[in-house]
Design a protein around this ligand. Structure first.
Ligand code: GTP
Ligand code: IMP
Ligand code: MG
Length: 358
């Protein structure tokens, strides 16, 4: 059985939280990280400590599974080795020998290049320049780096062998559908496709091997960096339901005369995990989400941060205990998507979740 978790919108949907729950609840034998590379930051908690992981699979919160990084993923050796130490996962993590390597030069280029840094609003982590060099076929691979020697493996072989012997696999996607190089808001996108098929290819699993695809959405939407955001809150749209709810909850002081988006970011505590930049915030975009479910082939939808929109739902762990307005909001999403919402997240801890899976 193979499950893939992908971001449904612009990244930072709380994939980290959903993956940590699945890692603990479903107890997969192997957890593999896919996606672009260290431009992604997944937030997870283990024993009360917060981790913003950029290389290590966030499924590490479960101490047992084998952890892998697929060949499609760019590896920054410094970040990888630092996180291996921080998470104490050296004895169970492997990286594919064909992962491409991010160097200091890629990072410098990402920051120096005005187009990437300013226009696109890249994370500055070297991923764009590294993928460009990878396509140019001059990049170094993990097998060329002495400090990575002890971690090298053949990820597709490990995963397909595990599958053949009936083991459970969890694949962690990164970024979000709207950041896809193919399907996102080009040119304001990342340097690779971000859909579930890409994640499967990243780790070397063929399309016929995938059992379940979880598309993760926040109850509202956020975007870090530049680019179109149709439902973004701004002055002109100040009467949309989300904005009204914020005013009703009135947790933010000094609203008058301030930029609504800044207030929203503050209210929702929306700051980029990798860059610390304030995230832009907006309403849930049904059409976009539906399209995202279609291309991802989603079998399940997970909705996170329901408690931020409906504070009465904070840490609720049973569907019946959700407030009526939250239930109606979630039903609306489910009907529009045509995909069952099977996971509802009501707080940052792995256990703050309502699991409606059969
Ligand atoms: P990905 O990049 O998609 O993996 O998401 P992420 O979890 O890394 O992104 P981010 O750091 O933006 O995560 C969202 C933030 O909200 C994190 O601090 C999470 O711990 C937190 N979070 C996730 N789900 C929930 C939820 O249901 N309720 C609340 N209150 N916080 C949540
Ligand atoms: P890059 O991937 O660093 O080149 O950044 C390109 C665009 O994708 C920028 O708008 C980034 O903010 C965005 N981006 C890349 N990775 C993530 C992520 O994990 N979460 C949210 N936005 C991301
Ligand atoms: Mg993130």
């Amino acid at each position: 059985m193979v499950s893939i978790v992908v971001g449904g919108h612009y990244g930072d949907e709380g994939k980290g939280k959903i993956i940590s729950y699945l890692a603990l609840k479903d107890n997969p034998d192997v957890i593999a990280r896919a996606g672009v590379g260290p431009n992604a930051g997944h937030t997870v908690y283990k024993n009360g400590r917060k981790y913003g992981l950029r290389m290590i699979p966030c499924g590490f919160v479960n101490d047992s599974p084998r952890l892998l990084i697929g060949a499609g993923v760019l590896v920054d050796p410094q970040t990888f080795l630092a996180e291996v130490g921080e998470t104490d996962t050296g004895n169970r993590i492997g990286i594919d020998k064909r992962c491409a390597i991010i160097t200091d030069k890629h990072k410098q280029d990402d920051v120096k290049d005005k187009h990437l840094k300013t226009t696109i609003g890249s994370t500055g982590t070297g991923c764009g320049p590294a993928n460009a060099e990878r396509a140019h076929r001059t990049i170094q691979l993990a097998q060329d780096i002495p400090s990575l020697k002890g971690f090298l493996t053949d990820v597709p072989k490990e995963l397909n062998d595990a599958l053949s012997s009936g083991k459970k696999i969890l694949v962690e996607g990164t970024q979000g559908f709207c950041l896809s190089l193919f399907y996102g808001t080009y040119p304001f996108v990342t340097s690779k496709d971000t859909s579930a098929s890409m994640m499967a290819a990243d780790v070397g699993l063929g399309p016929t091997k995938i059992t379940r695809v979880y598309a993760v959405f926040k109850a509202y939407m956020s975007r870090v960096g530049s680019g179109p955001f149709a439902t973004e809150l701004d002055e002109r749209r100040a009467k949309v339901p989300l904005w009204k709810r914020l005013l009703e909850n009135a947790k933010v002081k000094g609203i008058k005369g301030r930029n609504p988006n800044e207030i929203m970011a503050e209210y929702f505590n929306e700051k980029g995990t990798v860059t610390g930049r304030l995230r832009r915030v907006g309403d849930f975009d049904m059409e976009l989400a539906k399209y995202s479910c279609m291309v991802n082939g989603a079998t399940d939808v997970a909705v996170t941060c329901v408690d931020k929109l409906f504070p009465a739902c904070f840490k609720v762990r049973a569907y019946d205990q959700l407030s009526e307005d939250a239930k109606a909001y979630l039903k609306n999403i489910e009907q529009a998507m045509g995909v069952p919402t099977t996971l509802i997240s009501t707080g940052p801890d792995a256990e703050d979740i309502i699991d409606l899976r059969a």
